[in-house]
Ligand binder design. Structure first.
Ligand SMILES: [Zn+2]
Ligand SMILES: [Zn+2]
Length: 241
């Protein structure tokens, strides 16, 4: 397994695979694809980072237990291709350029904060060979000069998350994490993509239970739902579920 991973990484460096989105020869994400990424920017919920057309005081997307979360991009094309390439095609060389993109658009955490990557289950880690959130957290830690501590673990998978409703996902991930080493007083969780926020909320819950007083989060991208009340495909969107 270890030799396989080293071999894959070496091949990635020697041959290169071109752009993860459009396959153009060259860097892991080409400039035109980087320019297509949808930056979230400052017009977002100041707590959870969800972009809204106008500032809101009662954000239905806020993440329980996380006081400040930020995501660099919307999870719109070509971001899904880049994330799938990192996770499913195991292109670990994408982690550093993706982290560099976060650094361009998200302010570093305040002094004293520690980055805590969201863990994956041991089985998924064995399958993939790495935890993508840890790769991104380590690259962020180097760029921001912030320590990284892998102080959480995710013991077992309860059910597949893809395709589930927000309520299903909250139920699936509640209690999914536990602290395995002493936790920092101020933790900033690191994950690749925020979907409903249920995973971050569950990890924040585990940190809080272990004594972490202040919990933030930084992620590459966020699945952005249509605004409450907008009509999509003939039906009205309600995001409170
Ligand atoms: Zn490209
Ligand atoms: Zn919010």
């Amino acid at each position: 397994m270890a030799l396989g991973r080293i071999g894959t990484a070496a091949l990635d460096i020697l041959i290169g695979e071109g752009c993860a989105s459009c396959a153009m020869p060259g860097p892991p994400l080409c400039d035109p694809c980087v320019r297509r990424l949808a930056v979230i920017g400052a017009d977002c919920c100041q707590q959870c980072g969800h972009p809204w057309p106008t500032p809101c005081r009662t954000c239905p997307q806020c993440i329980s237990g996380v006081t400040q979360a930020r995501q660099a991009f919307r999870y719109d094309p070509p971001m899904p291709e880049a994330v799938r390439s990192l996770k499913d095609s195991r292109r670990r060389s994408l982690a550093a350029p993706l982290a560099a993109l976060i650094v361009q658009h998200v302010l570093p955490p305040p002094a004293g904060a520690v980055l805590v990557p969201i863990p994956i289950t041991p089985r998924r880690r064995a399958d993939r060979g790495f935890n993508q959130a840890a790769l991104i957290a380590n690259a962020l830690g180097r760029a921001w000069a912030v320590p990284v501590e892998e102080c959480l673990e995710r013991p077992a998978i309860r059910a597949a998350q893809r395709g589930s409703s927000a309520a299903d996902r909250r139920a699936q991930v509640a209690g999914a994490f536990r602290a395995v080493t002493p936790v920092p007083l101020h933790a900033v969780l690191v994950d690749d993509v925020v979907t409903t926020g249920a995973t971050l909320a569950a990890a924040a819950h585990a940190l809080r239970a272990a004594g972490c007083a202040r919990r933030g989060a930084v992620s590459l991208a966020r699945v952005v739902l249509p605004a409450e009340g907008t009509r999509v495909g003939g039906r009205t969107i309600h995001t409170g579920g």
